[in-house]
Write a new protein. Structure first.
Length: 138
């Protein structure tokens, strides 16, 4: 884990959703980097010390499952949470098989994503600094 507050990489081709997640994590004391797709995320992973990846499933170029496989092969130990607007049970099973920490269906509640991130990182209460968790939606 990075020194200081955990560093989360948010990957989503939907700019509004990506920015909303980045704001939520930033307000809760996490350091956040955002990427528009898996290819950009892989470049960031090669250069930055990332503690958690939260990625959309379906994206152009490199999608969430391909990103998960790359992370498991080249950056083992970084937890990956996959989010999707599509409740595809086959993708959920495949993601679990590749070691995804969680598979969440959109829309995601703020308390839900903070809780999943906190568990993946071993942070108490969903807040990187004080353990405070806020329970309103995205």
């Amino acid at each position: 884990m990075a020194i200081g507050n955990p560093h989360i990489l948010v990957v989503d081709d939907d700019r509004e959703h990506r920015e909303a997640l980045a704001r939520i994590f930033g307000r809760h004391g996490y350091r956040v980097t955002a990427a528009a797709d898996g290819a950009e995320a892989l470049r960031i992973l090669a250069e930055a010390d990332i503690d958690l990846v939260i990625t959309d499933l379906r994206m152009p170029r490199v999608g969430g499952l391909a990103l998960l496989r790359e992370i498991q092969q080249n950056h083992p130990g970084i937890p990956v949470v996959i989010i999707t607007a599509y409740g595809d049970s086959i993708s959920a099973v495949e993601a679990a098989g590749w070691g995804a920490t969680a598979f969440l269906q959109k829309p995601i509640r703020r308390d839900q994503i903070l809780g999943v991130a906190a568990r993946a990182l071993g942070v108490r209460g969903g807040h990187a600094n004080t353990g405070v968790s806020h329970g309103t939606g995205l």
